[in-house]
Every structure is written in structure tokens, then in C-alpha cells.
Design a protein around this ligand. Structure first.
Ligand SMILES: O=C(NO)C1(CSc2ccc(Oc3ccc(Cl)cc3)cc2)CCOCC1
Ligand SMILES: [Zn+2]
Length: 269
């Protein structure tokens, strides 16, 4: 697979779901082998595992005291489009705009601007089983020439146990929004998070219904979004990944444990 960037700079405006800050991001094309970096307040923060500073309800990067929050949905969209050379300049706030809670607005604007470059993108091929576990949550990476992700969640409320397997088609997950349970909101807000959260950018799930007027975009929207999150967190590896991933109740923290384990193996290889 060839490396890719975009043919011209692109801007997105919006609110950060946790900070509530209004932020503008400007995506700039970059040459081959540059990788993906965020740029804020004069600091360049490569999208790499060593720059992860928080994984509680989002994946945040930081370097030299500068933080860029909630990078996962943009990284997932870039991963799906195979864009691997880009600088994301962050102006105004510290958080990537949540848009409608899914990758749709990023994907819609980016997909027609992708350009192939000369050099190949490195591929990380899973050669042996890698497993990370925390409590009863686990993620297993297995050898496969494919790129396949299965997520199984135990959702309180009427969703109960849901399972979804992604086999590579962006359209199957790009509309899946971030979500929360109505009874979680108070806790999230007490922790100073969710200041920009609303029914416009989050699927809010009650005991026996969703509060969003339009209802669900897919009947299993929450598990599809969890797959989308893992696709974003996996892109911190900065390469194309080949393997079969199975996540049982995983989240950003466990995704990050897996990324560190894979990164360590890849560097050792
Ligand atoms: O998508 C995610 N990460 O990328 C998750 C984000 S959790 C999350 C939960 C709630 C929030 O604030 C809100 C406050 C009030 C309202 Cl009305 C709506 C939202 C904000 C965020 C969900 C899937 O599991 C991983 C975490
Ligand atoms: Zn998410």
C-alpha cells in the first residue's frame, strides 16, 4: 500500500466534547515518511504511543506541557483512508472537534482529497498471538493477512451483550457515534469531562430507549463505535496493520496497552 497525504490543506471547526472549547484544526499535507503529528502552541506532537498522556474516556496526546485531547476519531478516519503523512494544527482550544460524534464529517471532506505518494507504507504484520487483559476485559491480536476487528460489549440497559465484526468497509462504521449511558453523565460531568457533550454529538442511551430524536444509525451503533475507537488507537502505531483483533469490553486504556505491546514487539523485530 502506498503512503498517502492530502492534496491541499483542510479546516474543521467545532466543539471539544470534554473541554467544551471551540477549536479549529487545519490539516496540512506532508511529504513521504513524515508520519502524523499534531501541532499546537509551537509544539509538534507526533501521534505515537510515547506521547499518550491520558486514556480516560478519550485518547489524549501531549509533549513539553502541550496537550491535544480526543485524537481517536480523527486518527480512525485517517487510518481508514490510509492517510499517513499529515500535520494537524490545533487552534483555539486543546481538543479535536467532536463534530457529530462519528468520523463522518472528517471522512466526507477527506476522501476526495487523498493523494497517493511514491513510497510504500510500512505494514505491521501480527505474527504471533498478543494478548492484553485487565479484569475481565481483554484484547487479542492474532496473525491474519486481513485487517479484521471484532468487538464484544456488555452494555447495561436494553443493548445487553452486543458483538460486531469489522472487515474493512469504512461505510459500515463511519456513521457510528460516540455514546454514553444517561446514568453515567453526572459522573462524567463531576470529573470535569463531557462539557461539550450533547444529543447533537453523542448517542445518549437510557434504560429502555435512546434520547436522540433520530434514534440509532445502526441497530448495533455502540459496538461499531468501539471498533472505530480501536481503529483510531491502533493508528498510534503509525503503520498499516495486518491481523485479526478481538476485543471483549476493551476501551482506550486497554487499546493503549495493546498498542504499547505491539510497538515493543515491532521495534524488537
Ligand atoms: O467514544 C468514546 N471515546 O472515543 C467514548 C466517550 S465516553 C463519553 C461519555 C460522555 C461524554 O460526555 C457527554 C456528556 C453529556 C452528554 Cl448529553 C453527552 C456526552 C463524553 C464522552 C465512548 C465509547 O467508549 C470510549 C469512550
Ligand atoms: Zn469514540
Amino acid at each position: 500500500m502506498k503512503q498517502r497525504t492530502i492534496k491541499e490543506s483542510l479546516e474543521f471547526d467545532g466543539v471539544g466534547i470534554h473541554s467544551g472549547e471551540r477549536t479549529k484544526i487545519i490539516l496540512h499535507p506532508e511529504g513521504e515518511n513524515t508520519g502524523i503529528s499534531f501541532y499546537r502552541d509551537g509544539v509538534r506532537i507526533p501521534a505515537k504511543p510515547e506521547n499518550v498522556v491520558n486514556t480516560f474516556h478519550s485518547t489524549d496526546l501531549g509533549k513539553d506541557g502541550v496537550v491535544v485531547k480526543t485524537v481517536e476519531h480523527l486518527l480512525a478516519t485517517l487510518h481508514l483512508l490510509g492517510i499517513s503523512n499529515l500535520t494537524i494544527e490545533v487552534q483555539g482550544g486543546s481538543e479535536i472537534p467532536i463534530m457529530d460524534g462519528s468520523g463522518y464529517f472528517f471522512y466526507r471532506s477527506l476522501k476526495d482529497k487523498v493523494i497517493k505518494q511514491e513510497e510504500d507504507l510500512e505494514v505491521l504484520q501480527i505474527k504471533e498471538e498478543v494478548r492484553v487483559q485487565r479484569g475481565d476485559s481483554y484484547i487479542v491480536a492474532l496473525p491474519c493477512s486481513c485487517f479484521e476487528i471484532t468487538y464484544e460489549g456488555e452494555f447495561q440497559t436494553y443493548f445487553g451483550r452486543q458483538k460486531y465484526t469489522f472487515r474493512g468497509n469504512a461505510r459500515d462504521i463511519i456513521l457510528a457515534r460516540t455514546f454514553c449511558f444517561e446514568h453515567e453523565i453526572e459522573f462524567i460531568r463531576q470529573n470535569g469531562l463531557g462539557k461539550g457533550g450533547s444529543l447533537d454529538n453523542t448517542l445518549v442511551i437510557g434504560r429502555d430507549k435512546v434520547y436522540n430524536k433520530g434514534g440509532l444509525r445502526y441497530q448495533d451503533e455502540p459496538v461499531r463505535h468501539k471498533v472505530f475507537d480501536l481503529i483510531g488507537d491502533l493508528y498510534l502505531l503509525g503503520v498499516s496493520v495486518r491481523g485479526k483483533f478481538i476485543s471483549y469490553k476493551g476501551g482506550h486504556s486497554l487499546n493503549y496497552e495493546l498498542v504499547k505491546a505491539l510497538y515493543k514487539k515491532a521495534v524488537a523485530a
